[in-house]
Design a protein. Structure first.
Ligand code: GDP
Length: 332
């Protein structure tokens, strides 16, 4: 690789792979730093049809977070929400296990309508992002249906039945991504990962099994990451042996994997040029192969999100310099 072909440090396209809540926090920090230079490749394995509506929970979390209208009290859904629809639905004896706020409902109704009229999910989300003043690209990993299904102590469960209805209580024995083998990544995802000015590819601190693996299972995406001309960096979702939120550590235990950042690095083996871990796990640094950057990774405020995003980009830029060197120090 020739140095002069590389984008200038601090410039170029940033691609981040993410799921919902955890991923969206770093996505927001990145968007505040690089704006329209950011492409988010978002998990659609959680998508499902409910009450005849097409629902895309991770895409919508990213949309609401970057649009500044995420519900901070609930930790999901839209701010300034009302629940008249749910109350009326429950009154009729309808399915009330999946909460749909009134404002949120508008997004699902319009998406369902547009998809039925033949518009792609990618195109619909681009319009929704524009409507919310978002300059980053929010890209579904694929326009083809890929559905995460779990083999559990209660049998086969579609993702939302496991995650929302059963609140992640069943023991997970295995995870499959139905439809993945015949799916294709969307054209803008491929373009973003092949951008001549690619600066960094970031695996957000999302659940590796439920949010990042479905993206990597979309045919072609793993190979695009392996061939990426820019550093691929993951931020560990595990801090001090626990997940910040959600079932990541529980699933790791159930699958016989220790809840450590080392295990996260091993999970992404063959893909990473570097891993970002939290200060409290600094002692783990020596147990992880390859470059490790230690910094506070708990994102409570928007400033935390921006700070971590800045650290990740700086780390990526430093590794890119190493990649440009003929005696490339970083092995994948
Ligand atoms: P979901 O799709 O809504 O479950 O969200 P993600 O998969 O994107 O994120 C879930 C993961 O985010 C969990 O493993 C959490 O440990 C991780 N996470 C959430 N908040 C933070 C944070 O502030 N810092 C770090 N490092 N990880 C976080």
């Amino acid at each position: 690789m020739k140095t002069e072909l590389l984008p200038e440090a601090g410039k170029g396209r940033v691609v981040a792979l993410c799921g919902g809540v955890g991923g969206a926090k770093l996505a927001l920090g990145l968007s505040r730093l690089v704006g329209a230079d950011l492409s988010l490749v978002v998990n659609t394995g959680d998508d499902f049809e409910h009450l005849g509506l097409s629902i895309s929970p991770d895409l919508d979390t990213v949309l609401y977070t970057l649009g500044g209208i995420a519900n901070k009290e609930l930790g999901w859904g839209r701010a300034d929400e009302s629940w008249n629809f749910m109350q009326a639905l429950a009154h009729l004896g309808g399915e009330a296990w999946f909460q749909l706020g009134d404002r949120d409902l508008a997004l699902h109704v319009e998406r369902t309508h547009q998809l039925r009229a033949g518009r792609s999910l990618t195109d619909f989300m681009a319009g929704a992002a524009r409507a919310h003043g978002i300059t980053a690209s929010i890209l579904p990993m694929s326009d083809d249906p890929i559905r995460t299904t779990l083999t559990t102590s209660e049998g086969q469960l579609p993702f939302q039945r496991y995650f929302v209805e059963r609140r992640c209580a069943p023991t997970v024995h295995g995870i499959a991504f139905e439809g993945a083998s015949s799916a294709r990544p969307s054209a803008p995802v491929v373009e973003a990962l092949q951008a001549p000015d690619l600066r960094a590819v970031i695996l957000c601190p999302s659940n590796p099994f439920l949010s990042i693996d479905p993206i990597l299972a979309t045919p072609g995406i793993r190979a695009l990451l392996e061939q990426a001309a820019a550093p691929v960096i993951a931020v560990s979702p595990i801090i001090g042996g626990a997940a910040v939120k959600g079932p990541t550590a529980k699933i790791m235990a159930e699958l016989g994997v220790p809840a450590t950042s080392r295990a996260i690095a091993q999970h992404y083996e063959g893909l990473l040029d570097g891993l970002v871990i939290d200060d409290v796990d600094a002692g783990e640094r020596g147990t992880i192969d390859g470059p490790v950057h230690v910094t506070p990774t708990l994102m409570k405020t928007d400033e935390d999100r921006e700070h971590l995003a800045r650290e990740v980009l700086r780390f990526a830029d430093s590794l890119r310099t190493a990649m440009a060197n003929p005696t490339r120090a970083v092995a994948r």
